[in-house]
Structures are given as structure tokens and as C-alpha cells.
Ligand binder design. Structure first.
Ligand code: ADP
Ligand code: ZN
Length: 436
């Protein structure tokens, strides 16, 4: 398959040249941050490191980390590295895990962010002839604005739908013959389900690809969405703290997401010790913005758990690939001493033939953790024979026990009884936190 790139020179740059470029940018960036962000300067002083100690990317480990708590402490202006008058926009996190963080952008920062999104769209097969339907939320959330800008840069016709109003999404998708759909995977699944309910088959739409991200999703969910929409589904990753979506994206090989390494330097660390781990080991992803001006975080701890792969990719891109994040370290549930990621449960559900409409509830009763998994039946699975339901619940419970090593109580519930998501799905309720 012939490969297309948005920025071939950079995306396929030989590794030694890329490393040299990163080192040059890093030296300048550390100086910029040291000179303009007193908060980070104090962290560097405390660690006894000066900009002069950073001579290239091999010296990265010398720098202090930044974490979400630093961003909360410096809210709203403490991490700003340029005069406010040079900024043209703010965006903010979704607040999935607490108080929102605000990020600032100069026009240059917006340009690099949008270029990263354009690379993702081209890698998913997008061209100026495509019709890109953006149903990520617009506004403070980075999803809509980032992909919107990327789509403009590619020259595609952009439909700035924002999330929600699913009937209108479907009407525009059909009437305007959208070819690329961009939203969260949970909303893509919902759109697929709604299309089916309206009597459309996957061949009735003009979509060829989807670019889905902003939340963890499994390979099983990918196959489910691909089937229901009749498309190839691509993953895209990003976070507000580094800019937004487009920090990393999938190519046609779909063996991990290429990180836009000319802008974002990635490391994997042991989340407990902060020690940098060798390639291939699983740990917390840390990013350094190499050339952002307004909000240039150095060694930002994402809390996303994943693995880096530096082996060459047959698409020709030379940039490192990150695996699908399994979820954030703070999404991980510890249930009866066992580490559980919601994505593991999702994998089992879909493999057992259920749609990804589920809710996980964890509680503590008599000092013992309980795990309840509510799973929705599809209309064709639905039966009101109690015996049949109990047998299905038992089978699903055994399959989950086989993967997690702990026994859940599975409850199959009626079609449409679990709330659908138009943005990031909220699938876990940890009631133990209420008692603490
Ligand atoms: P919040 O932290 O409030 O959710 P953001 O909207 O900036 O704020 O979300 C960024 C986070 O979303 C990432 O740190 C990651 O946990 C998650 N995320 C984004 N894209 C993906 C993806 N493709 N796969 C898994 N998780 C993702
Ligand atoms: Zn590739």
C-alpha cells in the first residue's frame, strides 16, 4: 500500500537526524522554561540542575518531573512561559480525574498541534477530497478544536458537529456523505448502534475510516465499531497538557501509535520510583514538549500506563510507537488485592458477544471488596426466561474470573438501560471512596 504523509521529511526522518533535532530543541526549551517559569526554575534549583547541564536528550533524566498536582498548584497562570498577551487561546482538561487544568497556546502552539492532527488524518487515509465529520466536543475540550484544525490543514471538508444530537449526526453523515468520522470510541459505538436502529446497514454510509481516541478502548471494541460502521478504525492519543489529540496516532499498520517526536519527547518510567525504564517495559508515560511556547511542560507525568516500541515500522515513519494505553494509573482498581483495569473486563465482554455497554461497581462490604459488573443485553440477546439469563450470567462471570482471578457478580440488564456516552464514557463507580 502506498503511504501518504502530511510531512514526509519529518515523519520519515532518519533516527540520527531526528535525535539531533530533538537535542537542539530540548536545549533551547530548557533555557526558555528556566528563564520564564519561576516555579519550574525552583524545581531545577532544588535538584541542582541548570540549563547548562542539558546538552541533549541523553541529559533529559536530570530534569525534575512535573505532575498534575504541580499544575493544580500553579493554576491558573503559574506555568505560563510567555506574556499573556502572546497567547491566543486556552483549552482545558475534561476534569475526568479532578479539578480541571488550563493550557495556554500561542499561534505557533496551535499551528504545531493542528499539524500533528493533520498527520493523523492523512495516516488514516484523509485527503482534501474527504468529508471529515468531527463529533468530538468543541469548546474547552481539546478534541473538537484540534481535529477541526488538522482537517483544515489537510484541506478536507470539515463538519464541525461537536458531540451529541445523534439524529442530526446521522442525518449529516448520510446527506453530506461523510467519509471520516472522528469522536470518542464510545460515541462511535453509540452512533453505530443508532444507525442500525434506524434500519441502515454498514454499507449504507460513505464512511471509510474513523479516528477515535480521548479514552481507553480495546482491540475488541475496535473490531465491534469497524463492523457496525463498515470502516477501518484508527486510534489517536493526546492530552490537554501537551496540546490535545494528535500527540500520537496510528498508521495503516496499526501496531501502536507513532508519537510526533519532533514535538514531544517520550519516556517510560517506573511510577513508584521515577526511574526511566528500558524500551519495551511497561510503565508511566512521560512527555516533554520540545517546542511549545506558552505552556511548555518538561517531563510531564501523564499517569497513562503503556509501552514504547522503537523497532522500525513498515509504513516508513521513523517515530517511536506507543501501545494503546491500558488506562491511567489512577483508573486501575485494586480489588481484593488484585490490580484490575476496566479494559480487561471490556475485552471479556466483547469476546463473549456482548456490546460495550457496561458499568463496573466496586464497593466494600464487611471489610471485603465486592465487584459488580452490569452488562446490557442487546435486543436480539434479550430473553425474559430467568433460567436462560442466570446461565448467561454464570458463563460471563466465569470468563471474567478466568482473566482477573477474582469472581465478579454479573448482572445482565435490559437493552438501553445503561446510559450511552457522547464523549468520554464513565464506566466505573468506586463506592469505596465514599466510605473512606
Ligand atoms: P482528562 O485528564 O480530564 O480526561 P484530557 O481531555 O486532556 O483530560 O484527556 C487526556 C487523557 O485521555 C489521556 O491522559 C489519556 O488518559 C486519555 N486518552 C486520550 N487518548 C487516548 C487513547 N487513544 N487511548 C487511551 N486513553 C486515551
Ligand atoms: Zn507506522
Amino acid at each position: 500500500m502506498e503511504q501518504r504523509y502530511f510531512n514526509k521529511e519529518i515523519e520519515t526522518m532518519p533516527r540520527d537526524e531526528l535525535t539531533a533535532l530533538q537535542s537542539e530543541k530540548l536545549k533551547k526549551q530548557v533555557r526558555h522554561v528556566y528563564d520564564s517559569v519561576p516555579y519550574y526554575r525552583a524545581l531545577m534549583d532544588e535538584k541542582g540542575v541548570t540549563p547548562g547541564d542539558i546538552n541533549g536528550i541523553d541529559d533529559l533524566y536530570k530534569l525534575p518531573f512535573i505532575s498534575k498536582s504541580d499544575l493544580r498548584e500553579t493554576y491558573p497562570y503559574g506555568m505560563l512561559a510567555v506574556p499573556l498577551s502572546d497567547c491566543v487561546r486556552i483549552q482545558s482538561t475534561s476534569g475526568t480525574t479532578g479539578k480541571r487544568v488550563i493550557a495556554y497556546y500561542t499561534q505557533h502552539d496551535i499551528d504545531i498541534w493542528e499539524e500533528c492532527c493533520a498527520r493523523a488524518i492523512v495516516a488514516a487515509g484523509g485527503t482534501k477530497d474527504d468529508v471529515v465529520q468531527v463529533c468530538y466536543g468543541y469548546g474547552l475540550f481539546t478534541g473538537g478544536p484540534g481535529i477541526n484544525g488538522g482537517s483544515h490543514k489537510v484541506g478536507s471538508l470539515t463538519l464541525p458537529m461537536s458531540s451529541g444530537n445523534t439524529d442530526r449526526q446521522i442525518q449529516f453523515m448520510m446527506d453530506l456523505k461523510a467519509t471520516i468520522l472522528c469522536c470518542t470510541p464510545s460515541y462511535a459505538a453509540y452512533i453505530g448502534e443508532s444507525l442500525k436502529e434506524k434500519g441502515y446497514s454498514p454499507d449504507d454510509n460513505s464512511l471509510k475510516a474513523g479516528i477515535f481516541g480521548a479514552e481507553p478502548w480495546t482491540e475488541e471494541m475496535r473490531r465491534d465499531i469497524e463492523k457496525s460502521l463498515g470502516i477501518k478504525a484508527y486510534d489517536i492519543y493526546g492530552l490537554t497538557e501537551t496540546s490535545g489529540p494528535g500527540v500520537a496516532f496510528e498508521c495503516s499498520e496499526q501496531k501502536g501509535m507513532h508519537i510526533n517526536e519532533d514535538h514531544f519527547l517520550a519516556e517510560i518510567i517506573d511510577p513508584d520510583t521515577g526511574e526511566v525504564l528500558p524500551d519495551g517495559e511497561k510503565g508511566e508515560l512521560v512527555f516533554t514538549s520540545l517546542d511549545k511556547e506558552a505552556f511548555p511542560l518538561l517531563r510531564y507525568r501523564t499517569r497513562d500506563i503503556c509501552v514504547l516500541d522503537r523497532t522500525p515500522c513498515s509504513c516508513g515513519r521513523t517515530h517511536v510507537r506507543m501501545a494503546k494505553p491500558m488506562g491511567r494509573s489512577d483508573d486501575m482498581l485494586i480489588i481484593r488485592g488484585v490490580n484490575v483495569f476496566p479494559s480487561q473486563i471490556e475485552t471479556v465482554l466483547i469476546n463473549e458477544g456482548y456490546a460495550p455497554n457496561y458499568r463496573i461497581e466496586v464497593d466494600r462490604v464487611n471489610n471485603s471488596d465486592t465487584l459488580d459488573v452490569y452488562v446490557e443485553l442487546s435486543p436480539d440477546q434479550f430473553t425474559d426466561t430467568v433460567g436462560a439469563i442466570t446461565a448467561m450470567e454464570k458463563k460471563l462471570s466465569a470468563a471474567i474470573t478466568g482473566i482477573l482471578g477474582i469472581h465478579p457478580a454479573v448482572h445482565l440488564v435490559a437493552p438501553k438501560s445503561i446510559e450511552r456516552s457522547e464523549g468520554k464514557a464513565k464506566r466505573v463507580v468506586d463506592k469505596r471512596k465514599l466510605h473512606d
